[in-house]
Design a protein around this ligand. Structure first.
Ligand code: NAP
Length: 265
């Protein structure tokens, strides 16, 4: 029997839809199971879907996400509230395909404690808490550049339309197993030099950031903020885990990009 969970943005409209969806899905014989769902219905915006992803990060191979957007951008959350009944019917009839997209693996190595492992659906960012970020960028074990600037953003293909896009990074089709390194306001002059462009890496490549002096950093993984004081290096790869989305109808990626960023009329 299919089980479901609901993640709501917790505003009045999202909560009301969550209650309706729960009642409909139960009427169709689905089990409400917040612990071990097969389907997670996210009601809110992309931010809500990020929360849902991190809530069920321990069972990504068993869960499929689908999102309804209530007034926000809804790049991931591409169903409208008025389509709730149609969506519930399709879930009940299992009338959907599952698509899998790549994720970013982030390993924070420390001098005096164990390595922490994180998975990002959108991106990880690295900033210095109070001064210019200075980091050596090592690609596949070879020194590439010394970055000085506001920060660095390492994004997944799905996250390439989020923070990465605001920084001028490329939009990458989410079926490509890749990740992207994008600069935030690098210092570039006769003395200090970085490549300037975003770099896109294939699945077998590794990008490592190494502190030059300061070992204190503010690291974000999607909406989660971490404060680190003892960083030896931070390594990025395409993760072995993937995120699964339930797709009920074709909605080509480039159409979603068009509707989100150009016009949805
Ligand atoms: P948030 O309010 O949940 O997200 C900020 C905006 O980014 C929202 O409009 C959100 O859409 C949109 N968004 C999220 N993922 C997206 C995606 N994959 N493609 C296109 N748009 C997307 O903020 P938060 O709670 O701090 O969440 C963290 C996320 O915010 C990060 O992962 C980062 O990508 C994004 N962010 C963006 C900027 C920027 O663009 N300058 C700066 C900081 C953080 P909804 O309105 O549908 O939720």
């Amino acid at each position: 029997m299919t089980s479901f969970a609901i993640q709501s943005r917790r505003d009045a409209q999202s909560n009301e839809l969550a209650e309706l969806a729960t009642a409909y899905l139960q009427e169709f014989g689905l089990t409400h199971d917040e612990e071990e769902p097969d389907i997670v219905l996210s009601i809110g915006g992309d931010g809500t879907l990020l929360h849902a992803f991190h809530r069920y990060i321990h069972r990504l191979d068993k869960v499929a996400f689908v999102g309804i957007h209530t007034g926000h951008l809804g790049f991931y959350a591409d169903w409208k509230p008025s389509e709730l009944e149609k969506l519930v019917l399709s879930i009940a009839k299992k009338d959907f395909n599952v698509v899998e997209y790549p994720l970013l693996q982030v390993n924070v190595h420390r001098h005096h404690s164990e390595t922490s492992h994180y998975l990002a659906l959108n991106e990880a960012t690295i900033k210095s808490p109070d001064v210019t970020l200075v980091m050596d960028v090592e690609l596949n074990g070879t020194q590439f550049e010394r970055f000085r600037g506001d920060g660095l953003c390492v994004s997944t293909p799905s996250g390439s339309t989020a923070y990465n896009k605001a920084l001028g990074g490329a939009i990458i089709h989410p079926t490509l197993p890749a990740f992207q390194l994008t600069e935030m306001a690098s210092i570039n002059n006769r003395v200090f030099r970085t490549v300037g462009s975003s770099l896109v890496f294939p699945a077998h490549h590794t990008c490592v950031l190494k502190p030059v002096n300061d070992q204190r950093f503010t690291i974000t993984v999607d909406h989660i903020q971490l404060t680190e004081a003892d960083v030896k290096s931070i390594a990025f790869n395409v993760a072995t885990e993937r995120v699964r989305f339930a797709r009920f109808r074709p909605f080509p990626f480039w159409e979603r990009v068009h509707d989100s960023f150009i016009s949805n009329e």
